[in-house]
Design a protein around this ligand. Structure first.
Ligand SMILES: [Zn+2]
Length: 386
């Protein structure tokens, strides 16, 4: 008889892998090894776009029939930052004052451990699973995220693999387990703008055309755009200028070019293309008037999306409320996550540990919170397959 997997010891094994993105350091194999013991079929998928590091991903599944309940997550972590400021070795798997302090424990190796521990208890009691359980784990979420979940999803679509519901284990709560379920996210688009003027001597401005004046006017205009006022499910869209560069070493010279970057987090009232159209019109109008020209390069990290609360979302909300005493808010706040790819094949929500210490020195998860989350995942499985 197999002993159920303990969430704390598995979390310790995972954080001991120094999987600072894009390195894996054995983390995906730790997950696969544990799942194989439980009877999962594990498929390792490696992807490598030109000029990037090779990334290991895992799609593991137990059961063949429908419905397929999936858990998604990532094993890569952000760098430790200032190592001297940590009170413990960030990859030691050390528990101090009933807290597991380690890089990546909340974001999000801890929740992977909780889900696997929950599955191990669940299949021990439910030998004949009516449906299937799967895990989609990637080593490429924290940076470019192009050799990870996006490509695994493309593969799964090719193979006509069906996922009926997915929970992503990102740390969604701010202070306490139970506060927030994410049911969608805003989209994100970055623009890199170059305004091209005419270089010249500052004493003879009539024979040059200063692009700095023009770019300031443009940035002022786009920052003041009222994109929308938000909606029932989303906060207002927002634009922030993130960089202004005018490369010029001489005090007596009008530069030829001025550059700026900006990022917009946008809700369902826009798409990346509707925003591009709106902005390009402004760039074109202002540069034309100023007898200059412009170049723009956009990068879209994801469109906005929303999972309309269905039966399963309400079931999960009730379980969290029963188990924590807190009624979770259904939210679309925060940055982007891999849910933006998964939503293409399945309704998808996010629920995990507490985000308070993520990406910080002494990132930690309370041992009691790991147990709480494991029990919530277990109750979700029990109710989903009931
Ligand atoms: Zn994360």
């Amino acid at each position: 008889m197999l002993k159920p997997i303990n969430e704390v010891s598995l979390a310790k094994d995972l954080v001991r892998c120094q999987s600072v993105t894009p390195k894996d350091d054995g983390a995906i194999n730790v997950v696969a090894k544990n799942l194989r013991k439980l009877g999962f079929k594990c498929q390792i998928m490696e992807f490598q776009e030109k000029g990037t590091a090779k990334i290991k991903n895992l799609y593991a599944k137990i059961g063949k029939s429908s419905p397929n309940f999936c858990f998604a997550g990532h094993t890569d972590v952000v760098p430790v930052g200032d190592l001297k400021s940590w009170t413990v070795n960030p990859f030691g798997g050390i528990i101090k004052n009933q807290k597991l302090i380690a890089r990546g424990v909340s974001d999000m190796k801890g929740s992977i451990a909780c889900f696997i521990a929950a599955v191990s208890e669940f299949i021990k009691k439910n030998k004949k699973l009516k449906g299937s359980i799967s895990l989609l784990i990637t080593g490429d979420e924290e940076t470019i995220a192009i050799n990870g979940t996006q490509k695994v999803i493309e593969k799964l679509i090719q193979k006509k693999e069906k996922i009926n519901f997915c929970i992503v284990g990102e740390p969604t709560n701010e202070n306490k387990i139970g506060e927030i379920i994410k049911i969608g996210r805003r989209g994100s688009i970055t623009g890199h703008l170059t305004v091209i003027g005419t270089q010249g001597h500052v004493a003879y401005p009539h024979s040059s055309n200063n692009p700095s004046t023009i770019i300031v006017e443009i940035l002022n205009k786009i920052k003041k755009l009222k994109l929308d006022r938000g909606s029932k499910d989303f906060q207002p869209s927002n634009l922030e200028v993130t960089k202004i560069t005018i490369d010029n070493n001489a005090d007596n010279m009008i530069p030829a070019e001025a550059k700026a970057s900006f990022n917009i987090r946008f809700n369902k009232l826009h798409t990346s293309s509707s925003l591009k159209n709106k902005l390009n019109k402004i760039f074109s109008l202002i540069t034309k008037k100023a007898k200059a020209s412009y170049k723009i390069k956009y990068h879209v990290s994801g469109e906005s999306f929303l999972t309309k609360p269905n039966k399963t979302v309400h079931m999960i909300k009730n379980i969290i409320k029963k188990s924590t005493g807190i009624s979770p808010v259904l939210s679309t706040s925060g940055g982007i996550s891999d849910a933006r790819f998964i939503k293409n094949i399945a309704p998808c929500i996010e629920f995990g540990l507490i985000a308070k210490t993520i990406h910080q020195v002494d990132e930690m998860a309370k041992v009691s919170d790991l147990k709480k989350l494991k029990n919530i995942y277990l109750d979700i499985l029990v109710n989903y397959f009931k």
